[in-house]
Design a protein around this ligand. Structure first.
Ligand code: PLP
Length: 399
């Protein structure tokens, strides 16, 4: 058998640590490794494979569009792109959209849009207030906007114009605002930062502050958007409409696609300001259209909200019975179990051995973000594995 791990060690850039498994196939909420061992996938490519693996809706859209038209150029009109554009605008609070290929790229475009708006509407203001522990991508600018020092220090000097304040602290944003500020940029729930849900009043306070100060409020919904948190967009959960929003991950259930959406008043790009060869190509947007339509038509956000309530109840019960479970955070199918010690990596590896993929989003937090379409039976099967592993690691069987 080919030793894929040896090949990886020899030829691949050393950008990350992989779990010791070679995955070859997926169906629904399950994936299989090269030895035929099945795993329940509670990670879904970091909350991306929203309709599950090998979903026929996705597979047929890819095959049909591949036979029809994969890519032309944004110099011409293409139909799948405009159908998806209209669908997303009609189902959100936004007026205009532009398509990109990844979350980082959509955020780059959002930052450009905010800076152009600042030049035109706020006397050249360009500074963007971001939050600690935020994650906005790995390009030089989005990594600068992110809030983790170790991701950016090796790449200094970094682009200027970003300041960071603690998350969930509206007063800190007020203190950081000055005449150079053009926007406030936050994830409505921090994903990579540990699944951090802000207090109910935080995002409404940011909306009020931005209105008072004539600043743009930008939400990175790359991870939280498109049903993941139990609403089509997480901004709905907090009763706040941002001026700009970015989407990626679940938008095409694993096919690379991202989007930048904005209200009319700040859609200040003019021809020549932005562009992309692959962005919004017919293949990706056809899949995106079918995925977003499926999510809306099948009321997936309501199903995810019910799954989220069920998960929270199960986590509370683990918390009552297992010393190692300290709490839980999250909404819908973006959840983290918080541990009483830094055991997340051990838990992830033990779950993997027993056939469950989860993620150590923080040293003391295990993230769960399965496909949005996961059945209650699969959820229960995975939770039983997680609970057994936690009981083992937490010093004794469930009480
Ligand atoms: N923004 C958020 C909130 C994310 O979670 C991520 C990826 O994890 C990104 C941006 C970057 O997206 P991508 O990896 O598609 O560039």
């Amino acid at each position: 058998m080919t030793d894929w791990r040896e090949i990886e060690a020899r030829v691949f850039m050393r950008t990350g640590k992989r779990l010791p498994v070679v995955l070859v196939r997926g169906e629904g909420s399950r994936v299989w490794d090269e030895d035929g061992k099945p795993y329940l996938d509670f990670f879904a490519g970091t909350a991306t494979v929203s309709l599950g693996h090998s979903n026929p809706v996705v597979a047929e859209a890819i095959a049909d569009q591949a036979r029809t038209l994969v890519l032309t150029s944004n110099l011409m009109y293409t139909i799948p792109q405009l159908r998806l554009a209209e669908l997303l605008v009609d189902n959100s609070c936004f007026d205009r959209i532009y398509f990109n290929n990844s979350g980082a790229e959509a955020n780059e475009a959002a930052i450009k849009l905010a800076r152009k708006w600042g030049h035109e509407q706020r006397n050249g203001a360009y500074e963007i207030i971001c939050t600690e522990n935020a994650f906005h991508g790995r390009t030089l600018t989005t990594v600068t906007a992110s809030g983790t020092a170790r991701y950016k220090e090796p790449f200094e000097p970094l682009p200027p114009g970003f300041v960071h304040v603690p998350y969930n602290d509206a007063e800190a944003i007020k203190r950081a605002t000055n005449e150079k500020t053009c926007a406030v940029f936050v994830e409505p729930i921090q994903g990579e930062g540990g699944v951090n849900v802000p207090d109910d009043g935080y995002l409404p306070a940011l909306r009020r502050w931005c209105d008072e100060q004539h600043l743009l409020l930008m939400f990175d919904e790359v991870q939280t958007g498109l049903g993941r948190c139990g609403a089509l967009f997480a901004y709905e959960l907090f009763g706040v409409e941002p001026d700009i929003m970015t989407l990626a991950k679940g938008i095409a259930s694993g096919v690379p696609l991202a989007a930048l959406l904005s209200k009319e008043h700040c859609a200040v790009f003019t021809p020549g300001d932005h562009g992309s060869t692959f962005g919004g190509n017919p293949l990706a947007t056809r899949v995106g259209y079918e995925v977003v339509k499926y999510i809306i038509d099948n009321k997936i956000p309501a199903k995810v909200a019910a799954d989220g309530a069920y998960l929270e109840q199960r986590f509370r019960s683990m918390e009552d019975r297992l010393d190692i479970v300290k709490g839980h955070r999250g909404k819908g199918l973006l959840q983290a179990v918080v541990l009483s010690r830094d055991a997340a990596e051990e838990v992830v590896r033990a779950c993997l051995e027993r056939g469950l993929i989860v993620n150590n989003v923080r040293p003391d937090a295990v993230r769960i973000c399965p496909p949005l379409t996961i059945s209650r039976e699969d959820l229960d099967e995975g939770l039983a594995i997680l609970e057994a592993v936690l009981a083992e690691k937490g010093g004794g069987a469930p009480k």
